[in-house]
Design a protein around this ligand. Sequence first.
Ligand SMILES: Cc1ncc(COP(=O)(O)O)c(C=O)c1O
Length: 394
Amino acid sequence: MLTNRVKGVEYAIREIAAVAHEVAKSGKQVYHLNIGDPVFYDFPTPEFISEALFNASKNGKNFYVNSLGVVELREELSKNLKKNQNLDIGADDILVTSGVTEGINFIVSSLIENGRELLIPGPSYPLYINYTNFYDGKPVEYELDEDQGWEPNIEDLRKKITDKTQAILICSPNNPTGVLYGEQKIKEIIDLAGEYDLPVLSDEIYDQITYDKPYVCPASLSKDVPVIGLNGFSKTHLVTGWRLGYLYYHDPENKLEELKNGIAKLARARLSSSSVAQFAAVDILKTPSNHTVDMVRKLKERRDYSYDRLRRIEGISCVKPNGAFYLFPKLDLTELGKWKTDKELVVELLKETGVCGVYGSGFGNYGKGHMRLTFLPEKEILETVYNLIEDFLQ
Ligand SMILES: Cc1ncc(COP(=O)(O)O)c(C=O)c1O
């Protein structure tokens, strides 16, 4: 009965959660280092943000709203893009979505069919692979080079452009590696996209979660190459469950007109994204607050601690992440000896110790032989977790 399209959908991040559920049922404590959701840990939604949502509903904003997004919100987002990235993006070039997830769905469904290709970073956030396959396209991974601190390998990217390529996707700060692309590499990707007349898609969900290096916005480096930015409120404003995001078109030469109209049609077909979340978001953007800076300060300590513990473990090496909240250590399976694949190791680690990471092969071909761990939990939990990992591997 079920379509092959749906049978093919895989999502390692949620799949490992199902194993964790079984382990928890057996009475064992599970340490969740698999979930990229700060609200699940000790980063509660700030009170003024919860109140904004409550007020929006109390003030009667409970109706269907403009399919492209509430105008006041798009205007605030436009001002923010100017203030933070010096981009001139009008409210008409912004579309409010139910999370970056819906934005990716809109773009991929509008660009991909019948074997068309999307160039995505490898290792890759699984959603890019899933949607591209779902729409009968081919996800093509360009290498993020671990030996070069997970910087994109531009030669590899160039080699993989074909006459079926529809766009090049950038995800910086990156999930799963936790690394920001260097400014020079972003410039090179934009130049390459210009050479082949391709748009750039930029997943910017972690743009405000950076540690040692400042964030570089791809659109701000592009004079004429169209860049579609995808961003949202989930991580920065600690409202993952609200499902609120947006995409914006940086399109100096109006090359995206047809695509924009197509995506607007899709947006109208799904009526609107959450009205109350959108009205609340207007308040959030207008209220000065340090909650993101505070979160990043706490996270930086946890990153430093986790990285320090990880790199002392034999059989593991890890590039230090400078954004997002993930570590993506390499597992030297030959040295570790006992396990044939990353999945085997990660599942056994979970069953034996309760420590739940995500196996790297869930992030595409380049993820093999790795595992992804968040450093979101409190230091005391991280301490227990790394003691358990150390004992398990030794
Ligand atoms: C790279 C990346 N993009 C998009 C998303 C999903 O964002 P949203 O909650 O806005 O749908 C995530 C969530 O973990 C992510 O890591």
